[in-house]
Write a protein that binds this ligand. Structure first.
Ligand SMILES: *Cc1c(COP(=O)(O)O)cnc(C)c1O
Length: 376
């Protein structure tokens, strides 16, 4: 059996290495390292794939979120509602821009922001909502957009974990996750569902005015070369990374299918176990399984993690400390929040290996090892 990884990028590379090498070599030969043809091609292909008007590539997912927020023209102290149960980047950029993160609880089934909790957290200072499509499934964007439009709020989707996922509205219309709010932000960090071989990110919007602002901010606030209208930053996707993404984007749907097949295997294997809750699939979003995360009830999570590790099976806790309990947010009143679902999930969640290269033998070994431990 091949060694089991949380994410097996080496094995994935083995299948595409000839194409990747040729694509990178083309960049090297052209010497167009910054904003070269590969970047332009990728931007266009991603905008077609997502059916979104504007894709603005940038240096990483954290920058994508930061630039999206900068484009809204908010004032220091303005409030931005966001889940606490997320990777820190989502909440960090809010604070970095001197805005106030307002943490709300998540839905216990989907792990994504709870719309009714958003409504309760709105104050006259609230300007934006940043839902996170956690683990590969979109938050309830229909409910969130209704609340946002009723209160005149911006919505920035953190789509770093759910690229390729589709959201279905009550009327049957579908849209790709990340293209429903005013702005979407994503990451091409290597282990993400669409990952490059370094850092990368992108911002999406259907709004022409926001797109112009985002482009300007990501490029030193420049409208015309050497004329700087606003304070911006320097955030670029380089051509080598774009070349890798050009090879991987046409495979994204197959990669998603491979992840979903692994998830189905896990679901079936754990179906009879009352102490394991497998991921709930919301009826409004398909799940692209960036993570396969189970909830354990009455099982010693650390002991299970160690038991799996002793069999060379990695497992991870995403995330062991929610944002509102992080030291960095003490001065933002983090410890005053009561987010019972977030705390409950933090104590019970465990993510199992999930990637495009898991085979039946590996999946059988992982699931048997989990079941052995629980039935022991
Ligand atoms: C990975 C991730 C980010 C940040 O992306 P980077 O490219 O690492 O900066 C932001 N939000 C979420 C939910 C993520 O998973």
């Amino acid at each position: 059996m091949r060694p089991i990884q949380m994410v097996d990028l080496k094995q994935q590379y083995n299948h595409i290495q000839n194409e990747v090498k040729a694509a990178i070599d083309e960049v090297l030969q052209s010497a167009g390292f910054i904003n070269g043809k590969a970047v332009q091609d990728f931007t266009q292909s991603l905008s077609q794939y997502l059916s979104v008007k504007h894709v603005i590539p940038c240096a990483n997912g954290t920058d994508a979120l930061q630039i999206a927020l900068m484009a809204l023209g908010l004032e220091p102290g303005d409030e931005v509602i966001t889940p606490s149960f997320t990777f820190i980047a989502t909440t960090e950029v809010i604070a970095l821009l001197k805005l106030k993160p307002v943490f709300v609880d998540v839905d216990p089934e989907t792990f994504c922001i709870e719309p009714s909790a958003i409504e309760k957290a709105i104050t006259p200072k609230t300007k934006a909502i940043v839902p996170v499509h956690l683990y590969g499934q979109a938050a309830n964007m229909e409910a969130i957009m209704k609340i946002a439009s009723a209160h005149g709020l911006y919505v920035i989707e953190d789509n770093a974990q759910a690229i390729g996922s589709s959201f279905t509205f009550a009327n049957g219309e579908t849209k790709k996750a990340g293209t429903i709010g005013h702005i979407g932000a994503t990451s091409f960090f290597p282990s993400k569902n669409l990952g490059c071989y370094g850092d990368g990110g992108a911002i999406f919007t259907n709004d022409d005015t926001l797109a112009d602002k985002i482009k300007m901010i990501a490029n030193h606030g420049q409208s015309k070369r050497y004329y700087h209208d606003v304070v911006g930053c320097n955030s670029r996707l380089d051509s080598v990374q774009a070349a890798v993404l050009n090879v991987k984007l046409p495979r994204l749907d197959d990669y998603i299918k491979a992840r979903q097949a692994a998830a189905d295997f896990y679901d079936k294997a754990f179906a009879g176990l009352s102490s394991v809750t497998t991921p709930v699939r919301a009826n409004y979003s398909d799940h692209v399984f960036h993570q396969y995360t189970i909830l354990l009830e009455g099982v010693d999570r650390n002991a299970l993690n160690e038991h799996l590790a002793s069999r060379n099976i990695p497992s991870m806790i995403y995330y062991p400390v929610p944002a509102h309990r992080q030291k960095m947010f003490e001065s933002f009143g983090g410890s005053e929040y009561e987010l019972p679902v977030t705390d409950w999930l933090t104590q019970r969640c465990l993510s199992l290996p999930m990637h495009t290269e898991l085979d039946q033998e590996q999946l059988a070994f992982i699931t048997e090892s989990v079941i052995d431990f629980i039935k022991k």
